[in-house]
Design a protein around this ligand. Structure first.
Ligand SMILES: CCCCCCCC/C=C\C=C\CC(=O)SCCNC(=O)CCNC(=O)[C@H](O)C(C)(C)COP(=O)(O)OP(=O)(O)OC[C@H]1O[C@@H](n2cnc3c(N)ncnc32)[C@H](O)[C@@H]1OP(=O)(O)O
Length: 558
């Protein structure tokens, strides 16, 4: 679980737990045993900790969360043992140094990284806090302000940003051999004093400003992470780094993680973490066909038909995924102009905020290819139709696509409830048709529900799934039934909130409570965004509005 070797006075402890070197109890034990060997070997003058395979270390092994705390060395014990080593330890980071992985690196005396490496303390996204000294060591290295930013939101940062603020001591080019570079670096620091290299012994630079900074982040967290408990507990723990000696601060951190670990919020977030990964392994029930044995079609040219709310978001998602040729077809002139303006404005906003560079923005704008007739789509690899939710309009479009598109083109409909098979049947090759149900706003929402028609070919399904993943979506394969899965779930939620209106609540009151609970938008805001007419049409088509009831009859009687 950790391999040990010695090269020119430098001991190498390499984490070996594929695929991501999570810190299972065996890995922690392996690190400790190797460290003892290195400390006892008189020929060893420095130590490098690195990760084998694609990454340094992604943190604690989440699958062990129920049991790991009793096994020695625990992660918070291991980091203190590492830091107190009399021989200098260099963390050699490539891939990811996340969570406990970064905490191990912070306990080392030096940190070097490839420029392509990513660093983060993302525990807050699992509803917990960095419980191996992260809330106490990071502030001593980069200050309270930056630590609150890193820990309360859990975002990842590039090695270069980490170097700029003092986490990383030396950056190597992304194509360098990280181990070789780290060993050379370790040789260069042999004999140097470790007095200023033990992070837990350093003072917190902006400690005197802690109250002010704390207030600032409480406000931001209150808005950005409404309803979440962990971010506030993270802030509290970091505050203690400024107010208390390291050992006392660690006790507070421990209290924080004990309060959060096993909470309903944490359990849900951990469930979500694994569920999001599990859906990548899709399967067609009863056929043996699955993500492992089916290859997607190569997609370079994509077209989106319709530039309304959904079409615009889909185009943006494709551009963000790096698709270099996105044809957009909107026959209505005003809708086309408004849609293109909307897309360009959003890209401008990304560039202004630094989410993308100016060069990336220009290349995204260049990738946009407005087209005015169906013939222009003849060499497109994937067409995503995102027009009005009307079966007759969609059938009309698919009949035309069936005539003009090349036989291998994947034809996707962004319907939220209509029968994908009925749409597919108007084309000469129904096996090329699949549903790709995005959620509004499509460039923001992470869920994509791909709908498997009864005729959709495995390769077509694989292509839609692959495209979803390229767009960074949590892409779920579902069957073809009314409302698919997302809207069938959403329906129960809307029915309950509608009952509340009938019982006297106003839409804005319902929305306010939901937002306070943590929802990004209230249920009625969502209705306004997607269009209440869509739900109305769906209900009418399926005769869920009981014609015997007079207009205005209560929902529960319909
Ligand atoms: C009761 C009180 C006790 C008090 C004492 C507590 C002491 C605790 C001390 C310390 C606590 C530390 C907390 C942590 O470190 S929590 C973990 C923090 N790290 C993370 O959250 C990182 C999670 N991983 C990711 O975000 C991604 O995997 C990423 C690193 C970005 C890589 O992404 P990608 O390349 O897309 O790879 P996958 O996500 O597909 O992952 C590949 C497979 O690896 C599995 N995986 C990933 N991370 C972990 C992990 N931390 N633990 C276990 N398994 C992990 C993932 O599920 C994939 O598996 P599969 O292929 O089977 O789907």
């Amino acid at each position: 679980m950790a391999n040990y070797s010695v090269r020119n006075q430098v001991a190498i402890i390499s984490l070996c737990s594929p695929p991501v070197n999570a810190l299972s109890s065996d890995v922690r034990r392996g690190i400790l045993d190797s460290l003892k060997k290195a400390e006892q070997d008189v020929k060893v003058a420095a130590i490098v900790i690195c990760g084998e395979g694609r990454t340094f270390c992604v943190g604690a092994d989440i699958t062990e969360f129920k049991s790991e705390f009793k096994t020695f060395p625990n992660l918070f014990e291991l980091v203190d043992i590492l830091e107190s080593s009399p021989k200098p330890i260099v963390a050699a980071i490539h891939g990811h140094a996340f969570g406990g992985g970064l905490e191990v690196a912070l306990a080392c005396h030096y940190r070097v990284a490839l420029s392509s490496a990513k660093l983060a303390l993302p525990e807050v996204k699992l509803g917990i806090l960095p419980g191996a000294g992260g809330t106490q060591r990071l502030p001593r290295l980069i200050g309270i302000d930056s630590s609150m930013q890193w820990i309360a939101f859990g975002d990842e940062y590039s090695a270069q940003i980490a170097a700029n603020i003092g986490i990383i001591d030396r950056i190597f080019p992304s194509n360098a051999d990280i181990l070789e570079s780290a060993v050379q670096y370790a040789q260069s620091i042999i004999g140097k004093s470790l007095i200023n290299r033990r992070v837990s012994k350093l003072p917190v630079k902006d400690a005197s400003k802690v109250s002010h900074i704390m207030e600032k982040y409480k406000q931001i967290v209150g808005k950005k992470s409404r309803g979440a408990i962990a971010p506030m507990v993270c802030l509290e723990a970091i505050k203690h780094a400024a107010l208390l000696p390291y050992v006392e601060g660690m006790k507070k951190e421990r209290m924080g993680i004990e309060a959060l670990m096993g909470s309903d919020q944490s359990k849900s977030l951990i469930y979500m973490f694994f569920a999001e990964r599990q859906v990548r392994n899709w399967t067609i029930p009863g056929t043996g066909i699955n993500s492992k044995n089916t290859k997607p079609i190569k997609v370079e040219k994509v077209a989106v038909i319709g530039l309304g709310t959904m079409g615009r978001g889909i185009v943006l998602s494709l551009l963000k995924a790096g698709i270099k040729h996105v044809s957009v077809m909107e026959l209505n002139k005003t809708a086309r102009e408004n849609g293109l303006l909307f897309i360009k404005n959003i890209l401008e906003g990304y560039a202004a905020r630094g989410t993308i560079s100016e060069t990336q923005k220009r290349s995204m704008v260049d990738a946009l290819k407005p087209v005015s007739n169906f013939e222009m789509l003849k060499d497109t690899d994937l067409v995503i139709e995102a027009v009005f939710e009307s079966m007759s309009i969609k059938k009309d479009i698919f009949a035309k696509l069936g005539q003009v598109c090349k036989p291998s083109a994947v034809l996707a409909t962004n319907t939220s409830a209509l029968d994908v098979d009925e749409i597919a049947m108007v084309t000469p090759k129904p096996k090329q048709v699949v549903g790709m149900h995005f959620f509004a706003p499509a460039h923001v929402m992470k869920l994509l529900e791909n709908v498997r028609g009864s005729k959709s070919s495995p390769q077509v399904i694989a292509t839609a799934m692959n495209m979803g993943q390229r767009m960074g979506k949590v892409t779920v394969l579902v069957g073809n039934c009314h409302g698919f899965v997302g809207n069938r779930m959403f329906r129960h939620y809307t029915v309950e909130t509608d009952f509340m209106l009938e019982e006297g609540a106003y839409p804005e009151q319902v929305d306010t409570v939901l937002k306070k609970f943590g929802f990004a938008m209230g249920r009625y805001q969502v209705g306004d965004l997607s269009g209440n007419d869509i739900g109305y049409r769906m209900r009418t088509k399926f005769e869920m509005t009981n014609k015997q009831q007079p207009p205005g009859a209560p929902e529960r009687e319909r």
